[in-house]
Design a protein around this ligand. Structure first.
Ligand SMILES: Nc1nc2c(ncn2[C@@H]2O[C@H](COP(=O)(O)OP(=O)(O)O)[C@@H](O)[C@H]2O)c(=O)[nH]1
Ligand SMILES: [Mg+2]
Length: 372
């Protein structure tokens, strides 16, 4: 009975995935400085150790690991400080080859990582950063594992940062970012500095991949909300345009792809998989209890009482307000799902609770709809 819905949602979900694209981050630095730890802390998913991903070009030591809206490019088998000439050559070649591809296949930002307590920054590291800059890749220099106490950075890391600044490297902000990515169980040192790295990354990443970066990162929930609201706004405008010539309430099929696309987009901002999003969407819109195929003509039919408010026709105003209410209600469902705050029964989503939540949020924006 819900197959039509799942199929239609799948098509719109996938279309949105293509529109969101991918944010590609290149990460460099010596082994053990904390690159994987930093990525995990900011993007929130465990990076498989090594061996995942594919060479950027055949035989290359530059690997691209695709994880939905995030692509991580790193080097394997070549070490800074050992294979410098080869590494610089490969990076240069790879970037040149990627340049002829669409924007979502290019490197958007690079993080060059140095362990804050290493006390030295080598000339080859400087050359590496200048090379990336010359290839038009914005570079953030990140000092990792910098101990901080009472708001003061460890003096050795401060000294290293000062030395680096004196080199006037072409790095974002002109100086290194001090970070600590993961709590130290022994000293209790908490993480810090991650939001600054993320904000700077947003600032230098091309606009076209901001949505992907907002979706990929896991620490800035405001950025997710901002992008969700922007997309809801765009969908509301599209819905109003689609209903510029009023549509009978019974056959508002033109709004279905717009609304499903909006739901798919928001789900992906919160890294909700298609399968899970479909379950939540079916629960939210009470598709499961509706009359099968018929419902494909109008999602609003699935909201009890909506028809009486629309008064038999959907004009631009009705299309706007309903789409807005749907978007906001779905956003709340996704936020709770991502935060692990949706009620479940024995580990399975509690459909009734999801539907009550969606309807409650929907009605907050559409107080004229009567209660069931
Ligand atoms: N407590 C703590 N440990 C870290 C941090 N960054 C890295 N490490 C540890 O340092 C080691 C190397 O880190 P990893 O991320 O694998 O380095 P990579 O080789 O640059 O990817 C691991 O044991 C990490 O747990 C951090 O910010 N805090
Ligand atoms: Mg690693």
């Amino acid at each position: 009975m819900t197959q039509w819905f799942t199929d239609a949602f799948r098509a719109e979900f996938d279309a949105q995935a293509r529109l969101i694209g991918r944010f590609n981050l290149a990460i460099f630095g010596k082994t053990g400085v904390g690159k994987s730890t930093l990525i995990n802390a900011i993007f929130g998913e465990p990076v498989a150790a090594t061996g995942i991903g594919e060479p950027v070009t055949q035989g290359s030591h530059l690997y691209l690991d695709k994880r939905g809206t995030l692509g991580v490019i790193d080097t394997r088998g070549l070490e800074i400080g050992r294979d410098d000439a080869e590494l610089l050559k490969e990076v240069t070649n790879a970037v040149h080859q990627m340049r002829s591809k669409p924007i979502e296949e290019q490197i958007h930002v690079a993080w060059y990582c140095v362990r804050g307590m290493d006390r030295r920054f080598e000339e080859v590291e400087e050359r590496f950063i200048r090379t990336l800059h010359d290839l038009d890749i914005p570079v953030l220099l990140v000092l990792t594992q910098v101990p901080m106490r009472d708001g003061v950075y460890h003096p050795d890391a401060v000294e290293l940062a000062r030395q680096i600044e004196a080199k006037h490297l072409p790095i974002v902000g002109g100086r290194p970012f001090m970070t600590y990515a993961m709590r130290d169980q022994f000293t209790g040192q908490p993480p810090y500095g991650l939001m600054d790295v993320l904000n700077a990354t947003f600032q230098v990443a091309p606009d076209a991949v901001h949505g992907a970066l907002a979706a990929a990162q896991a620490i800035d929930l405001e950025a997710k909300v901002k992008h969700a609201q922007r997309h809801i706004g765009a969908t509301v405008a599209a819905a109003a345009a689609a209903a510029a010539v009023p549509i009978p309430f019974s056959s508002a099929a033109v709004l279905v792809p717009l609304q499903l696309g909006m739901m798919g987009r928001i789900a992906q901002l919160y890294k909700i998989s298609f399968d899970r999003a479909a379950i939540l969407a079916i629960a939210s819109t009470s598709v499961a209890t509706s009359l099968g195929r018929q419902a494909a003509t109008n999602l609003l039919k699935l909201i009890p009482g909506a028809g009486s408010v629309a008064g038999g026709v959907i004009n631009a105003g009705v299309a706007s307000s309903f789409t807005m209410a749907m978007g906001q209600a779905w956003l709340v469902v996704c936020q709770k799902a991502a935060g692990g705050k949706l009620p479940s029964l024995n580990g399975v989503v509690d459909s009734k609770a999801v539907r009550d939540l969606f309807e409650e949020e929907f009605r907050k924006r559409m107080p004229t709809i009567r209660q069931r």
